[in-house]
Design a protein around this ligand. Structure first.
Ligand SMILES: Nc1ncnc2c1ncn2[C@@H]1O[C@H](COP(=O)(O)OP(=O)(O)O)[C@@H](O)[C@H]1O
Ligand SMILES: N[C@@H](CC(=O)OP(=O)(O)O)C(=O)O
Length: 457
């Protein structure tokens, strides 16, 4: 049995829905479907999730939201009209949109989560309705019904382990099960969503929970490429890669698959196949456990992300000072801030943060407390920070990979602020200025995939 997840681009309108239905019909093993909210129909379009965020923001601010409600309703109605869904079957969807502000929420964060979640919740309902009208037996399964339980973090939840026991108890027959992606319920019965792009996570949870043979993730590209196609024109497609390669690359910018979605797949040892809804017969990319992978190239991919910031601390004899890092972490703990990486030297330390969790006020207060607690000679907050991640199982047994990476960067006058290699030796992480990030990806891609393609053999 396969779990098939369709991204927002695959469910953006009636014609895309039709392709998805053909894909579901073409393989009886595709019994369980996970839907995203309708995504962009064209480059300048707005995803339904973003419309819902606006709707929630207007509601919180007690402002007029009638126009946005009409816009959201119109997205679902357009799909309904395409499949001649009777008006009375569209009514519950429209009512659910209109009624969102009239429920009681514990606070604005939970209100935001509930609004956002309805993008996928209503799309899954609509998919089940359309399939049934076409004579394909289908059942909408709400996360509440199947026991998809998540942590009390309304907009950044993680799945709780009891979910898997609950999914084990889910009984179903020969009908297609249609799950909405992106959210679960807290133990208190509130909706909480995963972070953005989190329908991939739902797909992986359901795949693990229902012991699927494969998790197919349908999107709008033929494969996962060795570099972001928005940076490199016609990059090389990756036909096979390991879970941990994918996790590192998605963490560092390959937005095609959510980095947290790898974890349930690893736990369940379920192969992930990323495929294109618009060209479903192409093989796509298969993501597998290390034991099923033999590297044929040094580098599998190179990713970059601008979502980071760094705190640079310098103090002589830092290496001899007991408790320096402990005091630093206590300040972070006080502000409920996690850090991503902490490369260090004898007299200095850089702490790299995901800046999406930080606002200016927190940064100022945190830096002030660090100054007071540690008295560093230098303290510098670097907002202009990008991470470049070079990943490949094939790197482990190769000598001289770092030189191959650094030399072309130096030749292009790109400064490297930080270099870090994980203990697994399958990735090298560089820190650069944001303005240099795309160019750095191009140089490294060129070095390993174009110019010295031989280095990859
Ligand atoms: N290395 C990569 N390979 C393929 N796509 C990538 C890569 N890095 C970034 N992307 C982007 O990811 C997009 C697909 O992800 P997303 O927009 O979340 O799709 P969906 O709507 O299916 O969830 C692609 O259109 C592409 O622009
Ligand atoms: N709709 C949500 C969740 C998601 O996974 O969407 P998509 O499959 O379109 O990336 C978002 O936009 O974040």
């Amino acid at each position: 049995m396969k779990i098939v997840k369709f991204g927002g681009s695959s469910l953006a309108d009636g014609p895309q829905f039709e392709k998805v239905i053909d894909i579901i019909k073409s393989d009886p093993a595709r019994q369980v479907v996970v839907t995203s909210a309708p995504g962009k129909r064209h480059d300048t379009d707005i995803k339904v999730t973003d419309l819902l965020i606006k709707y929630a923001t207007l509601t919180i601010a007690h402002k007029d939201y009638s126009e946005i409600v009409a816009q959201i309703s119109a997205r679902y109605q357009a799909i309904g009209t395409y499949f001649n869904v009777p008006a009375e079957e569209m009514t519950p969807i429209k009512e659910a949109i209109v009624n969102l502000p009239h429920h009681i929420y514990p606070n604005d964060d939970y209100l935001m989560a509930a609004f956002k979640a309805h993008g996928e919740r209503l799309n899954a309902r609509l998919m089940a309705t359309v399939l049934n009208n076409l004579g394909i037996k289908a059942r909408f399964v709400d996360p509440k019904e199947c026991g998809l339980i998540v942590s009390d973090e309304p907009n950044n939840a993680t799945v709780l382990p009891e979910t898997y026991d609950n999914l084990d108890r889910l009984s179903y027959g020969d009908e297609k099960l249609i799950f909405p992606g992106f959210f679960g319920f807290t133990k208190n019965g509130q909706i909480a969503t995963f972070s953005r792009g989190g329908s991939d996570i739902t797909g992986a949870i359901i795949a693990r929970g229902l012991h699927a043979d494969r998790y197919e993730n349908f999107t709008d590209v033929n494969a996962i490429y060795a570099a972001n196609p928005k940076i490199i024109a016609h990059p090389q497609a990756i036909s096979r890669m390991t879970y941990r390669e994918m996790r590192e690359l998605s963490y560092a910018g390959f937005s095609v698959f959510h980095d947290e979605a790898i974890i349930p797949a690893i736990e369940g040892q379920i192969p992930i196949n990323v495929k294109n809804t618009n060209q479903p017969d192409l093989p796509g990319t298969l993501i597998v456990p290390e034991k099923d992978f033999e590297p044929t190239q040094t580098i599998t991919g190179v990713a970059s992300s601008n979502r980071f910031a760094a705190l640079y601390l310098h103090r002589y004899l830092l290496n001899k000072e007991v408790g320096f890092t402990l005091k630093l972490l206590q300040v972070l703990y006080k502000y409920n801030v996690s850090y991503e990486h902490m490369p260090s030297g004898i007299d200095d330390l850089t702490v790299i943060f995901d800046k999406t969790q930080l606002d200016t006020e927190t940064i100022h207060a945190m830096c002030h407390d660090i100054q007071e607690a540690l008295h560093p000679d230098t303290i510098e907050w670097i907002n202009d920070y990008a991470i470049i991640m070079i990943v490949g199982e094939g790197m482990r047994n190769q000598i001289g990979v770092t030189e191959h990476i650094i030399e072309p960067l130096a030749a292009h006058n790109i400064g490297v602020h930080m270099i870090n290699q994980g203990a697994s030796r399958i990735s090298i992480m560089l820190g650069t200025r944001q303005a240099d990030a795309d160019e750095a990806v191009k140089c490294i891609y060129d070095e390993f995939f174009t110019k010295h393609a031989v280095a990859n053999d």
